[in-house]
Design a protein around this ligand. Structure first.
Ligand code: ADP
Length: 519
């Protein structure tokens, strides 16, 4: 039987009348069929569920659309322009701690592209792939295995259910030598607000074989403006994949004291810049390590910040460091041996740090899931972080740090102090890029406690402003704080963002508010 026509939405986008919304929904149904136009509360509920410290009402969509083809997206945009209906695009919609699948403001129609999930091409010779938005990491991994293609992925931590396109356009990172995902992206197809289909890089050249191999094309390089933005809907993305190395050697270095973070950075930065350590290694603090493997209640049941004495007990009993470095070597046996000598020599010369090899860790956590991450395998182990305090609240505070010991010490001190004022834990890791580090802090709190949620919200605002005063800003932020984060980058940047928005999307229908950008 034909499904019934969808009911009128319970929530309307700002400035759109009920009559116009009804007309838009009717047209969406004509394009997609009634089964792909969702307005009932039960089915909208998962798209409203957020981990950020704001009421779900502020992020409740009016409707959810499922599209599978570029031509459908073009027709949807025509309707959106006609009725000024805003549309929030997601690919796999797992942006946990950054807003999940929910739009930046209430009433936006979610365009969910999870069913547009074809792996269009994998070239085992050039080590490239071309994927649609709904392709998940697990799907791509399975494809490579089933077809016996020895290429590795680079994934964010809870990766199986997320996907490369959504992660890359939000400039997410992973843990392999290809961990800076946007750097390894090559060529896009983008549907613009007026329905035009743009292929970036070499993609517009008729008959090209270089779309997935040469990033820059000719003239202004445009891919960047379609990341963390709302200038288009990305429908295809090219990416580079890493050849599986003959030898893979993950290792951990444990450091006892909080203040060791200074020397960790000074010792390892030169090795990273020289590519002796080729991957996006991490420095995880004791609380991150513990949270990945157990609930806080195993050692502490009180409110507020986990006391230092408890952390000392956890370190001793679980064998964890105050800081725990995870890195890996990749290559032939000879290459790995040479680099291993260099690394062990540098650690020895620094006079601190205990190296743990894969053999010594012998399949235990958290080493085991870290080893998986650094070879791009799927793991959901870090969902454990959400159990640390319980209650489903999580917001990533992720300031960019220059890879200098002094800066790390300052950022760690400041973050701990501010979180402490609000009774929240410092659960942190540094993810090392080429010369920067993403200082990723999971602001975990109990969403079912209104007081704690309000505190977490205030705390996050203060983290942004206090870090901002010292010249530190985030690489990415959740939907509740996009404007505040955008302000840190100065008024000229905001003006240029808006100028581009007005030129490419004059009705402001695409994801208004994303990264603080509106017409
Ligand atoms: P993941 O599940 O990998 O975390 P999402 O699908 O949640 O990725 O996407 C993350 C963010 O990227 C979304 O919130 C949205 O702002 C943006 N985004 C996702 N898909 C697209 C797309 N196809 N075109 C433009 N922006 C997108």
């Amino acid at each position: 039987a034909q499904p019934a026509a969808p009911a009128d939405p319970a929530v309307l986008p700002a400035g759109v009348s009920a009559a116009d919304m009804h007309a838009a929904i009717t047209k969406f149904v004509a394009i997609l069929g009634p089964q792909n136009v969702i307005t009932d509360a039960d089915h909208i509920a998962p798209y409203t569920k957020v981990m950020i410290a704001e009421s779900e009402d502020l992020h409740r969509p009016s409707a959810v659309l499922y599209a599978r083809e570029v031509s459908e997206i073009q027709q949807i945009l025509k309707v959106c322009n006609e009725f000024k209906v805003p549309i929030w695009t997601i690919s796999t919609g797992r942006n946990f701690g950054y807003g999940s699948a929910a739009p930046q403001s209430a009433g936006q129609v979610v365009l969910d592209l999870k069913h547009m999930n074809r792996i269009l091409d994998v070239d085992p010779v050039l080590c490239t792939a071309l994927v649609e938005p709904g392709v998940t990491y697990q799907q791509l991994k399975d494809y490579l295995e089933e077809n016996d293609i020895p290429l590795w992925l680079s994934c964010p931590a809870p990766s199986a259910i997320a996907g490369p396109l959504g992660n890359t356009v939000d400039r997410g990172v992973g843990y392999t030598p290809y961990g800076e995902h946007f750097m390894m992206q090559c060529g896009m197809e983008v549907v613009l607000a007026n329905g035009d289909v743009l292929r970036t890089g070499m993609g517009g050249v008729e008959g090209t074989s270089a779309w997935q191999v040469f990033k820059w094309g000719y003239g202004p390089y445009l891919d960047g403006i379609f990341t963390q933005s709302n200038y288009g809907i990305v429908t295809k993305m090219g990416m580079w994949l890493m050849p599986k190395p003959p030898v893979y050697k993950p290792f951990c270095i444990r450091y006892d004291k909080d203040e060791d973070i200074h020397d960790i950075v000074e010792t390892l930065r030169p090795l990273r810049i020289a590519n002796v350590i080729p991957n996006a290694m991490v420095f995880a603090n004791v609380m991150w390590e513990a949270a990945a493997i157990m609930p806080r209640s195993k050692y502490y049941d009180g409110d507020g910040v986990t006391p230092d004495s408890v952390l000392e007990e956890i370190k001793a009993k679980e064998g964890l460091g105050a800081w725990n470095v995870y890195a890996a070597l990749y290559g032939t046996k000879e290459q790995v041996e040479v680099n291993w000598q260099i690394i062990t020599g540098a650690i020895k010369a620094s006079g601190k740090g205990t190296i743990i090899t894969e053999e010594q860790a012998a399949g235990t956590q958290p080493f085991d899931y870290r080893a998986k991450l650094m070879r791009g395998d799927m793991t959901l182990q870090e969902f454990g972080l959400y159990r640390w305090r319980g209650g489903g609240g999580s917001m990533w505070f992720a300031p960019v740090t220059a890879a200098k010991g002094s800066e790390t010490v300052e950022q760690t001190r400041l973050a701990k102090q501010i979180l402490g004022e609000y009774g929240l834990d410092y659960v942190a890791e540094y993810i090392v890029g080429m010369r920067d580090m993403h200082h990723v802090i999971d602001v975990l709190y109990n969403r079912s406690d209104p007081d704690e949620m309000a505190r977490a919200h205030e705390c996050f605002a203060k983290l942004l402003s206090e870090f901002g005063k010292r010249g530190y800003a985030v690489y990415r932020v959740n939907t509740a704080f996009m404007d505040q984060a955008a302000d840190l980058f100065g008024p000229v940047k905001r003006k240029v963002d808006q100028t581009l928005k007005r030129a490419l999307d004059p009705n402001g229908i695409l994801a208004p508010g994303k990264s603080g950008i509106r017409i």
